[in-house]
Design a binder for this molecule. Structure first.
Ligand SMILES: [Zn+2]
Ligand SMILES: [Zn+2]
Length: 760
C-alpha cells in the first residue's frame, strides 16, 4: 500500500494523504514527485502537487480517497524547487500549497478540460529515414532539395555555403545523417522550408517521432570578454570567478554609475561559457525593454525577460523554455526566482536593497533571502549588488559571511556635489524655493536636464478647512484623503469621492489644499516654465510598462528637460544629460516611527542623487528641508552611504535591533479592535503556558495598535516577537501559529510577517 502526500491550494498549513491507485509495480515506479494530480477534495475536484510517497499514514485508510488522474508526464517542479518551497513554507509560516502555486505559471494552477495541454508538452522530432538515405543521390540531385535538407538538419545556420559546394555524398552523409530536428527548432527556420518538410514526410524520406520532452543538453557559448571593462570591474569579476564553484555570497557595493551591470554581464558570460544557466533578478521598475535590449545587444544571445506584466501564456512559455534548457540567461523580477533552470550556475541580484523583492501579501517572503537559500541548496555562487546595500547585507559582509567587493569610482563623470537648502531662510512658493528655481533656469539655459524628486503623488496630501479645521479623512482608514485635482482618494484603500466645494462640516467656502504632491509641483513648474514639456513619472501617470517606456524615450531623446517624479525615478535608470537633481521634500521621512526610516532615507537620497552626472558633465544635488541640521543632511553628503550606514549599524547594535536580532510581527485584523487585541492576548497566554521555557528566551510585546490602526474598514493589532536566535524565533512562531490557528476566529484573520520590512 502506498500513500501519496499532496500539496493543495488551501490556507490549511498541512499536506493531504491519498491512496495510490492499484498499479503494477512498474507503474508505481513511474509516480513522480513534483507532478500534478487531479484529486477529489470534499465535494469538489482540485489539483494537487505530489510532495512525497509514504508507506503509512495517521489517517484511517478506509477514509482515504484515490486520485482521479495524473496530469503530467514529467515533474513540473523539480526537487530543488520543492526543497525551496518547503523552506519558504516553514520559514515564513505560509501554507505549502500557497508557496507552490506562487511558483507555478498561472495556466498550471487551475484544472479545466483544456488545462492538461499546459503540462510540459511532448516533443516531436524529425530524422532522415532509411528510404531517404537510400535515395540520397536522386534527392540531392535537385538543388532545392539539397538546400532544404541542409536547412533542416545542418544547425550551423549557414546552409547555403554547404549547398553551394559540389555535391559530395560522403560529406552529406556525415553532416546530415543521424541529425535530429526538434519541433521547437522549426520555429527558428524560414517559413519556406515547411512545405518542403511536408513533402519529404509524404515521400517517407523523413520520419518523425514523438517523445517525452528532452531537457536539451548543455549549450556552451564562446562569449568574448568585454575589452572595455575597467581594472576595478575586472577585479570584481575575478574575485567571484576565482572562487571554487560552490555556494558563496558576494556583496558588491558599487557607487551609482560604477558599471555594476557590466560586471553582471561579464560574470554571466563566464558561466554561460561553461554550459550553465544564469539568473539575474532586478527590481520591478528596472526591467524595461530598453534594459533587455541592451543586454541582448551586448551578449548577442537570447535573453528571457520575466516580469509581472507578462501575459499568463507568455509566462508559461518562458517557464517552459527555461525548464527545457532552451534559454540560458533569464532576467526577471521577484517571481522569476521560481523559473526551473536545470543547469543554473549563478544567481545575481541587482539593487538587492530594493523593497520590490519583498512580497507584501499572499506568501510574505523576501525573494533576495529565498534566492540565497536556493543558491545554498544548489551549492552555486550568488552575487548581491547595490550602491546602497541593506544594513543586514552590509553587516554580513563586515563579519565575513559575505565576500565584500567594491566599485568606488564612477566609470564616467564624477559624483555630484550636494547642497542643502534651508527652507526657513529660503521660503517655498508652491513647494519651490527661489534657489531651486534659479538652479533649474541655469541648467535649462545650458540645454541640460533636471530631475525633481518628491515622494508624494497627487495634488496635495490634505484638504483642510481654514474656518473649522475639518480635514478630509477616509471613512475606512485612519488616513487623510489625498487631493487629486477634483477628486479625493485614499492611498490605502479604493475609496474615492469628488472634491467638495464647501466644507462639509461648516458649509463655508474655506477649503484649502495643504502640502504638495507631484501634480501640484508640476502645475507650479509649468507656470514658471510655460514653454517646457514636463514629464511626470508617478503611479498616476505610469500605469503600464508602455507608459514608462514612452516617458524614458522622451527623456533619452531630450524632448523633455524637466523630469518630475516619485521614487519611480530613483531606481536604476541612466540619464546621461541630467546635471541637476533636486529633492523637493523628504522631511516626512526624517522622523519616522520606523527604526528603518533613516536607512531608507539614506538609500533614497543616495539613489536619487546618483541619477545626475552620469556622463562627462558634473552634476549638482539640491535638497530642500526645514531641518538642515539633521545628521543625515550634515553627514551623508560628506562621508557617503557606506560610512553613514556603518554609523546606523552601530545604533542598531546598541539597541539590539535587526540585524543584531531577529523579529517577526503577528497581525490580527477585525472589524472590532478589542476583538483583535483579545485574540492575540489569548494566543500569547496559551503560548506562555505551554512553552514557558521557549517564551523565556524571547522578547514579546503585548498586543499593540498599528501606526495606522484602521485600514479598509478593519482594525489591525499586532504583537512583536524578537529573539537573538533565528531558530528559536522560528520554532516559537510555528507554535504560536498553531495555537492561534486553533483559537476561535469570529470576524478575524491573522498572519505572520517574518523579518518584517517595516514597523507596524
Ligand atoms: Zn469647515
Ligand atoms: Zn482608505
Amino acid at each position: 500500500m502506498l500513500i501519496l502526500r499532496f500539496a493543495v491550494f488551501t490556507p490549511l498549513k498541512r499536506s493531504f494523504d491519498y491512496l495510490a491507485p492499484n498499479l503494477s509495480t512498474q507503474e508505481n515506479l513511474s509516480l513522480k514527485i513534483g507532478t500534478r494530480f487531479l484529486l477529489p477534495f470534499g465535494h469538489q475536484k482540485c489539483i494537487g502537487v505530489l510532495l512525497s510517497i509514504a508507506t503509512s499514514t495517521q489517517i484511517n485508510i478506509k477514509k482515504l480517497k484515490t486520485p482521479l488522474a495524473c496530469l503530467d508526464e514529467l515533474p513540473i517542479l523539480n526537487a530543488n524547487l520543492l526543497k525551496l518551497a518547503n523552506w519558504m513554507s516553514s520559514y515564513y509560516h505560509a501554507p505549502i500549497g500557497y508557496v507552490l502555486w506562487l511558483m507555478l505559471p498561472p495556466p498550471l494552477r487551475i484544472f479545466s478540460a483544456s488545462s492538461t495541454k499546459n503540462s510540459i508538452p511532448q516533443t516531436r522530432s524529425y530524422k532522415i529515414s532509411a528510404l531517404g538515405r537510400e535515395m540520397l543521390p536522386q534527392i540531392a540531385a535537385n538543388a532545392k532539395n539539397r538546400l532544404a535538407f541542409a536547412q533542416l538538419f545542418k544547425k550551423d545556420q549557414n546552409p547555403e555555403s554547404f549547398v553551394d559546394k559540389e555535391f559530395e555524398k560522403e560529406t552529406f552523409e556525415k553532416e546530415l545523417f543521424n541529425k535530429e530536428l526538434f519541433e521547437h527548432e522549426l520555429s527558428a527556420l524560414s517559413f519556406k522550408v515547411r512545405p518542403q518538410l511536408k513533402y519529404f514526410l509524404e515521400q517517407n524520406w523523413i520520419t518523425t517521432q514523438t517523445q517525452n520532452p528532452t531537457v536539451l543538453p548543455k549549450y556552451y557559448y564562446a562569449l568574448k570578454p568585454n575589452p572595455l571593462l575597467t581594472n576595478a570591474q575586472q577585479d570584481v569579476v575575478n574575485a567571484v570567478i576565482n572562487q571554487a564553484d560552490e555556494f558563496k555570497v558576494s556583496l558588491l557595493e558599487g557607487v551609482t554609475g560604477s558599471g555594476k551591470t557590466e560586471v553582471y554581464l561579464e560574470l554571466a558570460k563566464h558561466f554561460l561559457n561553461k554550459g550553465q544557466q544564469v539568473l539575474i533578478l532586478v527590481p520591478e521598475i528596472g526591467l524595461t525593454p530598453q534594459f533587455l535590449a541592451r543586454i541582448q545587444n551586448q551578449l548577442q544571445i537570447n535573453v528571457l525577460g520575466i516580469h509581472s506584466q507578462l501575459s499568463n501564456l507568455a509566462r508559461f512559455e518562458a517557464w517552459l523554455k527555461a525548464t527545457l534548457n532552451q534559454i540560458h540567461l533569464v532576467i526577471g523580477t521577484r517571481t522569476a526566482l521560481f523559473t526551473p533552470m536545470p543547469n543554473l550556475g549563478m544567481i545575481i541580484i541587482d539593487e538587492e536593497h530594493d523593497a520590490s523583492y519583498r512580497s507584501r501579501d499572499g506568501v510574505r517572503y523576501s525573494a533576495r533571502d529565498a534566492a540565497i537559500v536556493y543558491a545554498k541548496h544548489l551549492n552555486i555562487p550568488i552575487l548581491l549588488g547595490s550602491a546602497t546595500p541593506a544594513l543586514d547585507s552590509l553587516q554580513n559582509s563586515l563579519n565575513g559571511r559575505y565576500q565584500a567587493l567594491f566599485l568606488k569610482q564612477r566609470v564616467l563623470g564624477t559624483m555630484p556635489k550636494w547642497q542643502i537648502i534651508d527652507c526657513i531662510l529660503h521660503p517655498q512658493v508652491n513647494g519651490l524655493t527661489e534657489v531651486l528655481i534659479e538652479a533649474i533656469k541655469a541648467r535649462l539655459d545650458k540645454n541640460e536636464q533636471v530631475i525633481l524628486f518628491l515622494n508624494r503623488r497627487g495634488f496635495a496630501p490634505v484638504l483642510f478647512c481654514q474656518n473649522c479645521k475639518w480635514m478630509a479623512d477616509c471613512p475606512a482608514c485612519d488616513a487623510h484623503l489625498t487631493l487629486h485635482y477634483n477628486r479625493l482618494s485614499c492611498h490605502h484603500c479604493a475609496y474615492s469621492a469628488p472634491k467638495p466645494e464647501f466644507c462639509p462640516n461648516c458649509q463655508k467656502d474655506s477649503l484649502i489644499a495643504l502640502g504638495y504632491g507631484t501634480q501640484r509641483i508640476e502645475n507650479a513648474l509649468q507656470d514658471i516654465f510655460p514653454d517646457e514639456k514636463i514629464v511626470r513619472i508617478d503611479r498616476d501617470t505610469i500605469s503600464k510598462k508602455q507608459d514608462l517606456e514612452n516617458a524614458l524615450d522622451l527623456i533619452n531623446s531630450l524632448q523633455t528637460r524637466i523630469i518630475l517624479g516619485t521614487q519611480m525615478i530613483a531606481k536604476g535608470h541612466d540619464f546621461a544629460e541630467v546635471t541637476l537633481v533636486a529633492v523637493i521634500d523628504t522631511d516626512n521621512l526624517l522622523f519616522s516611527h520606523d527604526f528603518r526610516g533613516e536607512e531608507q532615507l539614506a538609500q533614497l537620497l543616495t539613489q536619487v542623487s546618483g541619477r545626475g552626472g552620469r556622463a562627462q558633465k558634473p552634476a549638482q544635488v539640491l535638497i530642500q528641508t526645514y531641518h538642515p541640521e539633521h545628521a543625515i543632511f550634515q553627514d551623508l553628503p560628506k562621508i557617503g552611504y557606506h560610512e553613514y550606514a556603518l554609523s546606523l549599524l552601530e545604533k542598531r547594535a546598541l539597541f539590539k535591533l535587526p540585524p543584531f536580532s531577529y523579529q517577526a510581527q503577528i497581525f490580527a485584523d477585525s472589524k472590532v479592535l478589542e476583538r483583535a487585541n483579545k485574540f492575540l492576548q489569548n494566543g500569547l497566554d496559551e503560548f506562555e503556558q505551554q512553552y514557558d521555557k521557549l517564551a523565556a528566551l524571547l522578547k514579546i510585546s503585548p498586543p499593540l495598535s498599528c501606526y495606522m490602526s484602521r485600514r479598509k474598514g478593519y482594525f489591525r493589532a499586532y504583537i512583536l516577537v524578537q529573539s537573538h536566535d533565528r531558530n528559536i524565533l522560528n520554532i516559537s512562531l510555528a507554535n504560536l501559529d498553531q495555537i492561534l490557528g486553533s483559537l476561535k476566529k469570529q470576524d478575524l484573520r491573522f498572519h505572520i510577517e517574518v523579518d518584517p520590512p517595516e514597523s507596524a
